[in-house]
Design a binder for this molecule. Structure first.
Ligand code: NAD
Ligand code: LMR
Length: 332
């Protein structure tokens, strides 16, 4: 068999909680497959470099056969050099009592410099997944700052919300989670996100028929999914890390392999699909074809309630964009 060239993956915040849960899964082949070599560019800020050294030592100690080399750096030009994927995790997580949007002023500016460095040093085909919150708007900031990289190569993460929503429905229906399909989380990765239970299937039947309780779906299920990040912070005293890393693996794997099943939720640059405001990064149902191109799935019927919820979440994204772009001097 022909030897594959390594995929070079840059990860920011590599010594943080998500980084620690993520790197070993990339290195073991769970993201790009069991015969795909990977090179890791681990990026931290200076105060994180000592801990990063320890993480890199542990990666060495795993003797992962797929890992070709590991770069440790606080320099963005070195960190993003020649990378195929940039996983932008590094940023401050919220604490109890905060909303994700409260992080805009703290984290937004990070993504200007990172977008510019990706533009100047990564491969032109580099794909970027933003995890650091508020991830939709941070992704938009990075995209605007990487003027030569096509907008289609920027993504933000709502797969954790999709996974959470599937499990909530599976538990309510008393079935294994693999029976839940066709579930798209729309909008912003914030409490306004809308997990569309109307189009969801449970064991191939309509979820609304299986659950048989629309009030529960609207008044318990939707807010539980929207507030799950907060509930984890309250329970753990720290924001979700292993489940977030798992969702990063799921997102990248499902953007790099033909879609199994129907679709998955990913925040992408809107061209106005389903009436979303063009130009924002918002969550929609995505499929990937046999040659690796993604597209928004067409023809999904949305109820008036769903349309209202999605519109409200996208309205919030327009507001976040306005605040962030004013702060950072970016133009729409
Ligand atoms: P953490 O505090 O444990 O780790 C963050 C790491 O990023 C730290 O090591 C820090 O030194 C580093 N860092 C900070 N600024 C950086 C910069 N400019 N460049 C490179 N590294 C930098 O946080 P965490 O739990 O790993 O969470 C990281 C982010 O992910 C937070 O913003 C959190 O809210 C977000 N998050 C998003 C989702 C999602 O579904 N989209 C899920 C969970 C967490
Ligand atoms: C999550 O959904 O768990 C993350 O976005 C962290 C948070 O602040 O909720």
């Amino acid at each position: 068999m022909m030897k594959k060239d390594p995929i070079r993956v840059a990860v920011t915040g590599a010594a943080g909680n998500i980084g620690y849960a993520l790197l070993f899964r990339i290195a073991s082949g769970q993201m790009f497959g069991p015969d795909q070599p990977v090179a890791l560019n681990l990026i931290e800020i200076e105060p994180g470099m000592a801990a990063l050294k320890g993480v890199a030592m542990e990666l060495d100690d795993c003797a992962f056969p797929l890992v070709t080399d590991i770069v440790q750096t606080a320099e963005l030009d070195v960190g993003f050099n020649d990378c195929d994927w940039a996983l932008l995790v590094g940023s401050v997580p919220r604490k109890a009592g905060m909303e994700r949007a409260d992080l805009l002023g703290i984290n937004g500016k990070i993504f200007v410099g990172q977008g510019q460095a990706i533009n100047d040093h990564a491969k032109s085909s580099c794909r970027v997944l933003v995890v650091g919150n508020p991830c939709n708007t941070n992704c938009l900031i990075a995209m605007k700052s990487a003027t030569d990289i096509p907008n289609e190569q920027f993504f933000a993460m709502t797969r954790l919300d999709e996974n959470r929503a599937k499990t909530q429905l599976a538990q309510k229906a008393g079935v294994p989670v693999k029976e839940v399909s066709d579930l798209c989380v729309w909008g912003n990765h914030s409490p306004t996100m809308f997990p569309d239970f109307y189009n969801t299937r449970i064991a191939r039947q309509k979820a609304t028929d299986v659950i048989g309780d629309e009030t529960w779906l609207k008044e318990t299920f939707v807010p539980t999914v929207g507030q799950r990040g907060k509930a984890i912070i309250e329970a753990r005293g720290a924001s979700s890390a292993a489940s977030a890393a798992n969702a990063v693996v799921d997102t990248v794997r499902d953007l790099t392999t033909p879609t199994r099943g129907s679709f998955h939720s990913v925040c992408v640059h809107s061209s106005g699909e389903y009436g979303t405001p063009p130009g924002i990064i918002t969550s929609m149902p995505i499929t990937v074809d046999a040659v690796g191109n993604w597209r928004v799935v067409g023809g999904i019927g949305l109820t008036d309630y769903a349309k209202e919820q999605i519109a409200a979440s996208n309205e919030e994204l327009l507001e976040e964009r306005k605040i962030a772009f004013e702060q950072l001097g970016l133009s729409i």
